[in-house]
Design a protein around this ligand. Sequence first.
Ligand code: 5GP
Ligand code: MN
Length: 355
Amino acid sequence: MVKLAIRAKQCTFACFLGINMEIPAQLRQLLRFPQNVAILSHRNPDGDAIGSSLALKHFLEMYGHQIHVIFPSEFPKEFEALPGASDILIWDAETESCKQVLLQKNLFFFLDFNALNRIDKLGDFVRDLPGIRVMIDHHLYPEETVDYMFSEPAASSTCEMIYQFIESLGDADKISEQIGMCIYTGIVTDTGSFRHATNPNIFRITAHLIDNGLKDTQVQDMVFNSNEEKNLRLLGHCLANRMEYWPEFRTAMIWLSKKDYEIFNIQRGDTEGIVNYLLSIREVKLAAFIHNQPTVVKLSLRSKGNLDVQAICKKHFNGGGHKNAAGAYSHSSLKETIEKFKSILPAYKSELTDM
Ligand code: 5GP
Ligand code: MN
């Protein structure tokens, strides 16, 4: 099979001004006839992973494709309200049925992740299967092992790219209220409700989605007013007892131990967004959330402006992500990971304090 990597134009904002994504004729042709399609996204799926997967599913179903969406692990409860969410298969929970489904597939979409190792064992299984692979993603440095790659690190979200993908196929008029709800979910979650990673295109897209029936405030309500009491108690604990601030490095950190996980009965998704509170301190340029999940220590870094946390995660912790939002896993202890994080700050002092 000839491997063809199509890299969407590296961004200037010009590529968002209505210029179509280049979709190769062979792929257009393939999509014209019903295929057996798997849509996969990353572990601990967020609003963009779920929104992009379901939007693409609803769109492709209009052409008679047989679709399954498969995630490595469960998604947060607030997204259960998205149309089609109840049909999503979870690899960790039903590995055998996922394998049976995947064996039938001839077309794979990889959404919102840039390398098969980001989906662990699901990636190992899919790696050896026959079939055409299409990646649509906005993370930096994608693995070029797919047949068709749409990579746009300057896109706000994979959902924005799904909109462009549909538009480039000439089908913008097919974007229903249902598809709009899914696309808007990813745009809203990946931009923190239009606060970062924005560009002119997402405002145009949003206007079009609202014209087509999207109830935008309902989605914002679904995403942001989804806490339980325990989430606010946990947030209070993080801010009161687990926050450190180093003004000389314009850096703040929140950490959580295994014990905290037990005491607050922290489940998947419960810690989402906590790191962002640190960025609300005016002087803070770098925010870290370092937490001892049941089996591994996870780092989430966020930054303001030009500070590239993707590069920091990659260089020191073997992780990755985006310039202003990146993450990594550490197999050292929580204490060692925090110490290591603190120890690298002096090397970034000039970047951190230069505004
Ligand atoms: P979060 O901190 O919310 O888990 O992740 C922020 C961003 O960094 C996301 O886009 C996520 O995909 C990416 N990311 C998180 N952890 C890792 C990791 O271990 N490796 C890589 N390559 N990217 C990560
Ligand atoms: Mn994303």
